[in-house]
Design a protein around this ligand. Structure first.
Ligand SMILES: Cc1cc2nc3c(=O)[nH]c(=O)nc-3n(C[C@H](O)[C@H](O)[C@H](O)COP(=O)(O)OP(=O)(O)OC[C@H]3O[C@@H](n4cnc5c(N)ncnc54)[C@H](O)[C@@H]3O)c2cc1C
Length: 494
């Protein structure tokens, strides 16, 4: 029987090689009584700046289980665990033709799960395989030449491929464990299984995606790149097939649609085919970029330490009067700000970092919630159009060549001292008044929010920080309405 111990700490300067000794001492075990252990969770506690510590949760086994249990019944940090059950997938057969659309995390893992049941779907992706996609994205970042089908949003691996690969979620789900283990099997760093704030990094993530593709192909999945779902065929409210690349019709009984939040043409096609959609609130704003050392000093009280990861932050403030919230989102320590456009004539910002998170800069989205009143109507795609208009304004403000409009943080707050404009964003930035770009309510909430953030993190407001616009693809602006069985309410099989 495995046991769990919480709140075992090491101080900065103590190495993990002393964990067995520290664990045995904490559990009052003599030499040889500890029969193995593994780290289940590791976090940094930096609440007391001069006394930063690492806090571990450890799963362990002991030689004398019953004796140990009796002796530690009342220890609040110790938990007795059940033996883990093995996840088994029954073999299924179906005469149905299965199609998965999109090779982002949703589509890839849907296809993988189908293969666990012995099923081999067809998997289509509008963009390129990740190796080619990396070079398409480089061309855009370096020369401003956008491929609308192969970019930071579209292509194998999906929207998060050029990301920090943060694996944080507030969702509690038994599939998370399965998913993390599968990511490690395909090349993700093993510590994602226990770090409190796990991340993969864009460099390792690309390898994971290739590993996943090779596994799917070996299990008989028919993978087709540069293949876009362009129409649905149906009879009597049930899906019968799809059209691909506006040309080929293909019979299909079950379509797993996982096109991400940027597939505007696909959502328009669903509207045309009377698939019930509804608006969804999301958030828009800017990316803020600080020197990483400055964030380290604020969070740790020191500019850095070889044992400490580059510091991150999560900030939120709600204006009780307006009901709007400003919050940080998708924070990338040691990262860079990236151009995430997928449509001609639109500028979109986002953030990414490598596994080592070794860039000297830290960035994060600073966003404000927006909804129906901002979109100007009930039309299901109104949020999408609101998002697009914002990206087009940013394109114009940046000069029309995919440079992003940017402003020193002090200048955005109306402080005349200003500061230099410096950003990692490629292909580059052009100075602009971001308040002229964002909806007034978003600007005002951001300004107030940033002042509140500075109270929580003294030094957040600085002339060394820069804001880059616009952050618009935080989550989907539209939702496909589904039944309890996860099928579209208007088209069975979707
Ligand atoms: C730069 C960046 C950084 C991010 N960082 C993080 C992070 O650190 N952590 C995190 O959790 N999230 C992050 N995200 C968000 C995360 O990437 C998304 O939540 C996630 O990718 C959504 O997965 P998905 O499979 O639903 O959709 P997507 O990843 O968007 O994948 C959809 C796929 O479908 C394809 N597709 C679309 N339409 C069609 C069609 N009609 N026919 C065929 N194929 C189609 C697209 O090309 C795409 O590959 C980041 C996003 C970006 C852009």
């Amino acid at each position: 029987m495995p046991f769990l111990l919480r709140n075992l700490t090491l101080t900065l300067g103590e190495g993990e090689e002393i964990l067995p000794e520290r664990l045995s001492a904490r559990l009052s075990l003599a030499t040889g009584e500890l029969a193995g252990f593994s780290i289940v969770r590791k976090g940094v506690d930096a609440r007391q700046k001069g006394r930063i510590k690492f806090v571990y949760t450890i799963e362990f086994r002991v030689a004398d289980e019953e004796g140990f249990k009796r002796a530690h019944l009342s220890d609040p940090d110790i938990e007795f665990l059940e033996e883990p059950g093995k996840v088994e997938f029954p073999r299924l057969t179906t005469g149905k033709r299965l199609l998965v659309t999109g090779m982002g995390p949703a589509g890839l893992f849907a296809a993988l799960r189908l293969t666990e049941y012995g099923l081999a779907p067809t998997l289509i992706e509008r963009g390129s395989p990740v190796e080619e996609r990396v070079s398409d994205v480089r061309t855009f970042w370096e020369k401003g030449l956008l491929d609308p089908e192969s970019n930071v949003q579209f292509g194998e691996g999906g929207a998060g491929t050029f990301s920090d690969g943060k694996l944080t979620t507030r969702v509690r789900d038994r599939n998370i464990d399965y998913l993390l283990h599968e990511l490690v099997r395909f090349g993700a760093p093993p510590e994602i299984l226990y770090l409190a704030k796990p991340h993969i990094g864009t460099d390792r993530l690309r390898q994971v995606v290739i590993g996943l593709r090779e596994c799917l192909a070996a299990r008989g999945v028919d993978i087709r790149f540069r293949t876009r779902l362009t129409d649905l065929l149906s009879r009597g409210g049930r899906l019968t097939g799809v059209t691909l690349n506006d040309r080929a019709e293909e019979p299909c009984d079950v379509l797993v649609l996982a096109p991400g939040n940027s597939a505007r043409d696909t959502y328009r096609m669903l509207m045309r085919r009377s698939v019930l959609l509804e608006q969804k609130p999301f958030a828009v704003g800017v990316r803020v970029e600080h020197p990483q050392e400055l964030i380290n000093r604020i969070q740790y009280g020191i500019p850095g330490h070889p044992q400490l990861p580059p510091a991150d932050y999560a900030l939120a403030w709600n204006n009780a009067g307006t009901g709007r919230s400003a919050y940080s989102f998708c924070m990338c320590p040691g990262g860079e700000v990236v151009a995430g456009s997928s449509e001609e004539g639109g500028v979109v910002t986002n953030g990414m970092s490598s596994y080592r998170r070794n860039s000297p800069y830290a960035n994060s989205a600073l966003v404000v919630s927006v909804g129906k009143d901002d979109f100007g109507g009930d039309f299901p795609l109104a949020g999408m159009e609101f998002q697009r208009a914002l990206e087009q304004r940013a394109f114009v403000a940046g000069g029309g060549d995919y440079l992003a409009p940017a402003q020193n943080l002090l200048a955005f707050l109306g402080d005349r001292r200003g500061g230099a404009l410096r950003a990692t964003y490629l292909p580059g930035v052009r100075e602009a008044d971001l308040s002229q770009l964002l909806p007034p309510a978003v600007t005002e909430t951001l300004r107030e929010g940033i002042r509140h953030f500075d109270r929580k993190m003294r030094g957040f407001i600085t002339g060394e920080a820069c804001l880059i616009g616009v952050e618009s693809r935080t989550s989907a602006p539209v939702r496909i309405v589904r039944d309890g069985d996860l099928q579209s309410v208007s088209l069975k099989g979707l």
